[in-house]
Ligand binder design. Structure first.
Ligand code: GSH
Length: 211
């Protein structure tokens, strides 16, 4: 199967490249230069109508939305067990945490980003930033309770839910949000040391044009 990930460093495309690296897939990486506005130009708009990365193109067609991409890659490699398939209950708990990552952890971070620098100035409401910071801390508490003493969110084994959750924690740190829970700190160390994550970051940054 031919696989191309469209992305840009330090964005949600890391979720897609990280997943490819965890699965040791042979994939192409196509930089969409967000700084040069390529996301909102052809030919990329044919792949991602909303002009957003990541996008994935395989022989089956194009997919957008990072969670859909991660889940698709896990579904076509069932032997990897990176997404639970055998037990419907375990799969539901996997879905619970990936949806939590997007709806509860990412949402306040995205709100902070939008109202600090993403939205046009006249659309920004600076007052919501503090509420979003509080929401992020509330979500961290729930995440910490859910993780408990486990190495990873579903137990001893790393799953794609850790890609989504880990990515949100790195994003939180990049936005200078404090993460005080000891178990989340050690989780960050464990997830951050994954060779697949290191390789994915390298793959994305290598694609940047040299100055
Ligand atoms: N919900 C989407 C969000 C994708 C998204 O907003 N990507 C940003 C980068 S993290 C983007 O491409 N922004 C470019 C733009 O909107 O111009 C996902 O998870 O894939």
């Amino acid at each position: 199967m031919s696989i191309t990930v469209y992305g840009y460093p330090n964005t949600r495309s890391l979720r897609a490249t990280w997943m490819c690296e965890e699965l040791a897939l042979d994939y192409q990486y196509q930089l969409v230069n967000l700084v040069l506005g390529e996301a909102h130009q052809q030919p990329f708009l044919k792949v991602s109508a909303g002009g957003k990365v990541p996008a994935l193109v395989t022989d089956a067609g194009a997919i957008t939305e990072s969670l859909a991409i991660v889940n698709y890659l896990g579904s076509v490699t069932p032997e990897s067990n990176i997404i639970p398939t055998a037990s419907p209950f375990r799969r539901a708990i996997y879905d619970q945490w990936t949806i939590f990552a997007i709806a509860e952890l990412e949402q306040p971070l995205w709100t902070m980003g939008k109202h600090k620098f993403v939205l046009p100035k006249e659309k920004r409401v600076p007052e919501v930033v503090e509420t979003a910071q509080w929401e992020f801390q509330t979500a961290l508490k729930l995440f910490s309770e859910g993780l408990g003493d486990n190495d990873f969110i579903l137990g001893n084994d790393f799953t794609a839910a850790d890609i989504l959750l880990g990515h949100c924690l790195f994003w939180g740190l990049a936005f200078k949000q404090s993460i005080e829970q000891e178990n989340l700190k050690s989780y960050l160390g464990r997830v951050g040391a994954r060779p697949a994550l290191v390789a994915a970051r390298k793959r994305e940054s290598r694609a940047l044009p040299s100055e």
